[in-house]
Design a protein around this ligand. Sequence first.
Ligand SMILES: [Zn+2]
Ligand SMILES: [Zn+2]
Length: 365
Amino acid sequence: MNHQVLLQLKVYQLGLCERFLTSAIGEKGKQNAQVILRKILMGRGHIVLNTGDFEKRALTNRADDDSQPIDLHLHTTNSDGEEPPEMVVKAAKDAGLSLIAITDHNLFTYTEPREYMEMSIVPGIELSAGYYVPAWNETTEVHVVGIFPYGVNAADFEWLLSDIEKGKEDYVSAILQGLSTRGIHISMQEVMSVERTHERIGRHEIAKILVSRGIESSIDAAFDHQIGNFSPFYIPSTRYIHYASLDDIVRQILESGGIPVLAHPFGYSMNEPEIEQLIKDFTIAAERSGDKRMKSSEAPAAGIEVFYQMYLDSSESSRLDFLKRMQEKYNLLASAGSDRHRPDQPFCTAGDRGLFRKMLQRLRR
Ligand SMILES: [Zn+2]
Ligand SMILES: [Zn+2]
């Protein structure tokens, strides 16, 4: 028989699903089963469909998976990462990861979950959000990672992203103006012509020019000294780019079946009380998000990046402790991610599948 179909399915909640599948395979074979599986997936199925070889693997909650490493924050050349998605996936597998999310800036690299040599790949995104900091009387840019274990419709997010494009060029030109006052003259044309695999220009292209001219020794140095959020010459992007609000972004992620995760909470030049206020506002946004699966007494399917690779260094232990406290206090999920952009950066070393299982459990209500 050519179409020997071997289904290894873990079916959660959907008792009907199993019955459908059995009848579909028994009576009409593989094609019908695929059609029905797709229907289930478009509804609220808890199955990952690998259309390539028709092998089904659940994003399981098996207890024996809990210790396997995961990384839920990774970049590729689709945004400002240096490796194309296929290379990031392969490197993650080689590093022994069991589950990853590709979370490029403001775009989806994957919209369907998939498998690579028994490693699960979950669709994700890292969205820039505008957040008003009362103490500064200024709106700043914060990042929210969206994790979509069962897939996502990218079109849901278009309304949140359309304004970013418009302001990006103005922002780059403001940075170039700043550099020229310090004797570094770079033209917009030069920035535009930097080789890139993505459409949008940004600080990364400027950093590359600074390195190629020998002004800075590396991309990191260019960010640290000239253009990064912690450089002395930092210009807030929110002065030029209108990002969707934190509230809108959190709501859209939840409504699209995803889990919003507040990214790298120490990455916004905020002190601990300001970070706590941000976490509080993020939690409130998730709670009133209209996540229809939630009862009012339940905690939302929202998290913070507690196990952010940079905070795992022993010198950062006070940050890690603070984030663990915040995560418990606000009843949020703990996420784990490296924010890896380059091959010489490590994958996350502290995330495990147990964290992901908890995410699925909250999502599954
Ligand atoms: Zn970020
Ligand atoms: Zn990132």
